[in-house]
Write a protein that binds this ligand. Structure first.
Ligand SMILES: [Zn+2]
Length: 168
C-alpha cells in the first residue's frame, strides 16, 4: 500500500452549526461562544469525514490529558491532538499499518538523539538534509517511514552516537 496521507489529507476549520460561524480567537474562546462548533477532517484512506471523539470511544477508557482524537471507524484511522484542540492534530491520520510503520521510524530514529551525541534538533536537521525536505514522522507515509529507518540505521552505524569528533 503506498497511499500518501500527507498528500491526501485535508481538514477544515471547525464551524458552529447553528450560526454557521467560523468564530474567532482560540479554539477555547470560540467554544465558549459557539458551543456547537464542529470540526472536520477527512480520512485520507476512504475520504469520508472523520469523527472527533474522546479516545475512550476507541480504547474503552480515556488515556492521557489530550484525549480527543480524529477517528475514522471503518478504517480505524486516527490522529491525536495537542491540548484536545481540533485545530492542532499531532500529524496526519494513520491506519493500523501506517501507525506501526511510524513506530518503526521512531524506534530507529529516536536513539540518535535519545542515546547519542546529537541533539534532537541536530538529528532532525540531518534527517531533513538526507530527504532534502522537512520531515515529520507523524505526517509520513509508509515509504517515507521505510526510508527514515534506513537513514537512521546508516547514521547509527556510521557511529554518530559514539564518534568523538562528531559535532554534537
Ligand atoms: Zn476512513
Amino acid at each position: 500500500m503506498s497511499i500518501s496521507p500527507l498528500a491526501r489529507v485535508s481538514w477544515r476549520l471547525p464551524v458552529c452549526l447553528p450560526c454557521k460561524e467560523w468564530g474567532q480567537g482560540s479554539y477555547r474562546s470560540r467554544l465558549r461562544y459557539h458551543p456547537r462548533l464542529v470540526s472536520t477532517m477527512k480520512c485520507p484512506f476512504c475520504h469520508k469525514e472523520a469523527e472527533f471523539v474522546d479516545n475512550k470511544e476507541i480504547y474503552g477508557q480515556r488515556f492521557g490529558k489530550s484525549y480527543m482524537v480524529y477517528w475514522c471507524r471503518p478504517c480505524d484511522a486516527r490522529v491525536g491532538t495537542h491540548h484536545n484542540d481540533p485545530l492542532k492534530p499531532l500529524g496526519t491520520m494513520a491506519d493500523y499499518e501506517l501507525r506501526e510503520w511510524r513506530k518503526h521510524a521512531h524506534d530507529a530514529f529516536d536513539p540518535l538523539w535519545k542515546l547519542g551525541r546529537l541533539s534532537r534538533d541536530e538529528a532532525y536537521r540531518r534527517l531533513n538534509t538526507a530527504f532534502g525536505r522537512e520531515i515529520h514522522i507523524g505526517e509520513s507515509d509508509i515509504e517515507t517511514c521505510k526510508r527514515i529507518v534506513m537513514i537512521a540505521t546508516t547514521l547509527l552505524t556510521k557511529g554518530v552516537y559514539i564518534c568523538a569528533q562528531d559535532p554534537a
